[in-house]
Design a protein around this ligand. Structure first.
Ligand code: MTE
Length: 165
């Protein structure tokens, strides 16, 4: 498999307004996906406010660009009124990939029972896989530990590099 091209989108009202000095969850994603042994590069990164239409517009633009195999979002998956990342993602995807979200919840609940409170979704827009991660560096680490090993094969299938196996 060639190097996976990854986009990192942080959903945060405070971060988008510059009220938070660092995007710690976005930083955690970059650190993990570019670490060994995974072959991946972060080709786009952005922070947006938690409005559904703004999140969806960014996801749509990135998916349409064809520049990314995977978009990892962080934040906005909880139960607060402002948590609209799953809805925005559903606005954009054409095919769901529920197993990835199920795996993150089931696979991390033993360490963090609150994992069940993430409404994260995953799905495919064009040739881009979009996966929602919760919004803390700790959650990002735990959830990526579950799904990262699955991504190279997912991307190979999605891009048509593997047609039958
Ligand atoms: N999943 C894991 N693996 N680890 C965590 O620490 N935090 C949970 C949950 N999923 C967490 C997790 C908590 S406390 C919340 S409220 C939800 O993710 C939603 O978080 P978000 O609104 O920041 O996306």
């Amino acid at each position: 498999v060639e190097s996976m091209r990854i986009g990192v989108l942080t959903i945060s009202t405070t971060a988008a307004q510059g009220q938070r000095a660092v995007d710690a969850s976005g930083d955690a994603i970059v650190e993990i996906v570019t670490g060994e042994p995974l072959v991946a590069s972060v080709v786009e990164r952005a922070v947006v406010t938690d409005a559904r239409d703004i999140i969806a517009s960014q996801l749509r633009a990135w998916a349409a660009s064809g520049a990314m195999d995977v978009i990892l979002t962080t934040g906005g998956t909880g139960f607060a009124q402002s948590d609209m990342t799953p809805e925005a993602t559903r606005d954009v995807i054409e095919r769901e990939a529920p197993g990835l979200a199920e795996a993150m919840r089931a696979g991390t609940a033993a360490m963090t029972p609150m994992a069940w409170l993430s409404r994260s979704v995953a799905g495919i827009a064009g040739q881009t896989l979009i996966v929602n991660l919760p919004g803390s560096p700790k959650a990002v680490r735990e959830c990526l530990g579950i799904i990262l090993p699955l991504l190279p094969h997912a991307v190979a299938l999605l891009s048509g590099a593997i047609r039958q196996h």
